[in-house]
Design a protein around this ligand. Structure first.
Ligand SMILES: C[S@@+](CC[C@H](N)C(=O)[O-])C[C@H]1O[C@@H](n2cnc3c(N)ncnc32)[C@H](O)[C@@H]1O
Length: 436
């Protein structure tokens, strides 16, 4: 049987795809992995580690490579990706240089004349890596963020301005590491201990941690795809970052209430709302994207969404505009999980740091402001709206909320920013508003 491409070869292709398309790394990775169903699970894991690792450390790896290259600009495309992978393996995975180099040369089948240069550069990266890392960890904070921690200059400058040096560096360090996989447990149907025991019995290798202040959460490491197993299928656990678990909890809709899940996407928070409502009441889950609405409908068989006491409707709609299914009757509670730059999620989606620009923040903020104003008007008097955004940019969160409060459209009942450096989770801004 012909041997398929190696993990490193597939990682090179994924990285090229992400760079060319400017798209999401998880989608590019899934596309490539689907093409190689025979790939050994360990190699699937290695491909994933290499892709995310290179994206998290890309500027630093390039600085190491370029420090030893005679003509850095000539190292492009797949050659550059293979060099980054080998440098990442040496610097972060502590792979012996001889192995990292020979694997890189193998994955560079068509590099021809560049092989000699690649070998020399990687040899030098192996010898001088720790010394250069130490050098780049000191000096002007903006340079440290940019070169040692791979935070683009425009973003590093904002962090320094908003957070100060210590917190900006703490954030950069926090998003340089692979994040754990957090699960939300439907505590109304299973205890967190029992869910943990069942997961552990099925997958002895996985590490599971309970989080003291978050009884509904399990934090896991080393579990790969396991969470899409039986517990997930029954809706007893759902994959959801700890910070992403907060907006629906802050809304806390009562059983029997009428709730709008505005920007419901594929419905991760819709199921959580149904759990909090004990499977009783009405949920309208709306999103602009037809494909996501269809995927959310396919989830209907999971957990509390099947409850007879729950009326759940999926609507494809632009939530900035009027719509008969959304405007016929006001809602007791609205969860507004707006589309955003994703700049709070740099650990899980590391490509975001390379694909976003400063201008993207303004463009998103304009849409978010329209979504916030239009959907505040959908809340009944005395009801509540929770605004949630997976970004730290004040323009996408606190500033928008402050504007509607100052205009007298709503009062602010709760506001919190979740951060990787303080809360060991993705970044989220969550505000609970009561319309006036
Ligand atoms: C952050 S995601 C929502 C994630 C989802 N709540 C979840 O928990 O899985 C934002 C969503 O907003 C949707 N969206 C973007 N613009 C919209 C608009 N004008 N009206 C309605 N939905 C919109 C996107 O399709 C995307 O699914």
């Amino acid at each position: 049987m012909a041997k398929g491409p190696s993990a490193r070869r597939i990682a090179v292709r994924v990285l090229q795809d992400v760079e060319r398309s400017g798209g999401f790394s998880n989608r590019a990775l899934s596309r490539q992995l689907e093409r190689h169903p025979g790939l050994d699970p360990r190699d699937r894991g290695l491909t994933t580690t290499l892709v995310y690792g290179v994206l998290r450390h890309r500027a630093r790896l390039d600085a190491h490579i370029d420090a030893h290259a005679k003509r850095p600009k000539g190292l492009k495309g797949e050659t550059r990706q293979a060099l980054r992978i080998a440098a990442y393996e040496m610097l972060e995975l502590e792979r012996p240089a001889a192995i990292a180099i020979s694997e890189a040369l193998r994955s560079l089948e068509r590099a021809g004349p560049l092989r000699g240069a690649a070998q020399a550069i990687l040899g030098a990266v192996g010898r001088h890596g720790p010394e250069l890392d130490a050098k780049w960890a000191t000096g002007k904070p903006l340079h440290v963020l940019e070169r040692r921690w791979s935070i683009p200059r425009w973003l590093g400058g904002r962090w320094l301005k908003h957070l100060g040096e210590d917190q900006a560096l703490a954030r950069a360090r926090a998003v340089a590491a692979a994040p754990p996989v957090d699960l939300r447990v439907d505590l109304g149907r299973i205890s967190a201990d029992e869910a943990a025991q069942r997961l552990q019995a099925d997958h002895p290798g996985v590490q599971i941690e309970r989080l003291e202040e978050h009884p509904q959460a399990l934090r896991t490491r080393g579990g790969g795809d396991l969470f899409y197993g039986p517990l997930h299928g029954e809706g007893l656990v759902s994959v959801q970052g700890l910070a992403a678990q907060q907006p629906a909890r802050v809304l806390a809709p009562a059983p029997g209430s009428r709730v709008l899940d505005a920007c419901a996407g594929m419905g991760v928070k819709t199921l959580q709302l149904a759990e909090l409502m004990d499977g009783q009441g009405t949920i309208v889950a709306a999103d602009l994207d037809e494909r996501q609405v269809a995927e959310a409908e396919a989830e209907l068989g999971r957990g509390r969404l099947t409850s007879d006491a729950l009326t759940l409707t999926h609507v494809q709609a632009d939530l900035t505009a009027d719509h008969p299914a959304l405007d016929a009757e006001p809602f007791d509670a609205v969860l507004l999980d707006v589309p955003c730059t994703g700049l709070g999620n740099l650990a899980r989606h590391p490509e975001i740091r390379w694909n976003r620009t400063f201008e993207d923040i303004g463009a998103r903020a304009e849409l978010q402001a329209r979504l916030l104003r239009r959907n505040l008007a959908r809340v009944r008097p005395g009801g509540a709206l929770v605004y949630a955004v997976c970004s730290f940019a004040p323009e996408e969160g606190s500033q928008l909320v402050a504007a509607v409060v100052e205009e007298g459209q709503a009062s602010l009942e709760h506001e919190r920013t979740w951060t990787p450096e303080a809360d060991a989770t993705e970044g989220f801004y969550v505000a609970r508003l009561r319309p006036r």
